[in-house]
Design a protein around this ligand. Structure first.
Ligand code: PBG
Length: 331
């Protein structure tokens, strides 16, 4: 190579800003971002989350304001997670089916504020509603049962769709839930409600701050390894994705994000479908901690990591930095 092309200098196209812009293969835009928001009870409430510096829980009125902010910034979609009041949490997570729960009220407030100009993605799993912090129903041994849980998740998904959710995102990792939810959505006339399956979701140590944010961390007994994937597995991720697509998922997600970019790439190459990644709470916290320690420039770290997701093959990224990144990109 070097011998055959003695004048080949890859640095030539990097020598000026205009040229780097011209040759850039991957370009990040605000439209690539999904902004996760935490909903809390009350009105006029903002509760900062200690382990997620810069992120707060908002009461429903605040969520509506964030939706307007997203619209102004060009961020197309919001993801909602409720911090259900402790008194409404139960063994069976029944509050997930309440048509007037925090999630449904937040969906409606967003639609009232911005109409159909912003998409709303809703999480299907029971952990923000159960008194034991698991994503599903547990038996006497604390084991999360599959088929009984799926039946409840279907009702939860329909409850969200009826409140106006645009994308149903099951994060529970039960087997067969995508098919069951798709069938129920069709039966209910929700033909255009999408499913983004958390297809390859790993049992990760990076979810800690999220569990603080939805108030499930202190309640959780045991771990989630009997349903979330083992971090050592990649072939199994491809099987999970194949199943969720066969069951009717419109898009698939890999979670966490940066430590699993190899999975994103393999899924994209194998299936050629829309792939999303979730830059999860622990990843966000790492960037914030690095910046606070003077170990890196916050804005540069944010934009570089988000660009890496797109370069790996993502159609979009769920990130707590969404609004900040959109502001940087718009500047
Ligand atoms: C649970 C759920 C989790 C996240 C999204 N949905 C945590 C868990 O599985 O315990 C994590 C997101 C994050 O860490 O930002 N259904």
């Amino acid at each position: 190579m070097t011998a055959a092309y003695p004048n080949l200098r890859l640095r030539r196209t990097r020598s000026a800003g205009w040229s780097r812009a011209l040759y850039r293969e991957t370009v990040l835009t605000p439209a690539d971002l999904i902004w996760p928001l935490f909903v809390t009870d009350g009105s006029g409430v903002e509760e900062p989350i200690g382990s997620l510096p810069g992120v707060s829980r908002w009461s429903v009125d605040g969520i509506a304001k964030r939706a307007k902010e997203a619209l102004d910034l060009g961020v197309p979609c919001l993801a909602l997670f409720p911090n259900t009041p402790r008194t409404l949490r139960s063994d069976d997570g029944g509050e997930a089916l309440n048509p007037d729960n925090l999630m449904c009220r937040a969906i409606k407030a967003i639609k009232d504020a911005v109409g159909s100009d912003i998409g709303v993605l809703t999480d299907v799993a029971l952990d923000p509603y159960t008194s034991h912090g698991q994503d599903g129903l547990i038996d006497g041994q604390g084991y999360v049962t599959n088929d009984d849980t799926v039946a409840v998740l279907v009702d939860q998904a329909i409850n969200q769709a009826e409140a106006g959710a645009d994308i149903i995102a099951p994060s529970d990792m039960m087997d067969g839930r995508v098919r069951a939810i798709r069938m129920a959505l069709e039966m209910g006339g929700h033909h255009n409600v999408q499913i983004m399956a958390y297809a390859a979701k790993y049992a990760s140590a990076f979810y800690g701050p999220f569990r603080d944010a939805v108030g499930s961390g202190g309640l959780l007994k045991g771990d989630k390894k009997s349903y979330q994937m083992d971090p050592g597995n990649a072939e199994e991720a491809l099987r999970e994705v194949a199943l969720d697509l066969a069951e009717g998922a419109d898009s698939v997600m890999v979670k966490p994000g940066l430590p699993y970019l190899d999975i994103v790439r393999r899924v994209k190459e194998r299936f050629e479908v829309p792939v999303f990644a979730y830059q999860v709470s622990g990843e966000y916290a790492m960037i914030e901690a690095a910046a606070a320690a003077g170990a890196g420039d916050r804005d540069a770290l944010v934009l570089e990591t988000l660009t890496a997701f797109k370069r790996a093959g993502c159609s979009g990224v769920l990130t707590y930095h969404a609004a900040h990144a959109a502001r940087l990109l718009g500047a």
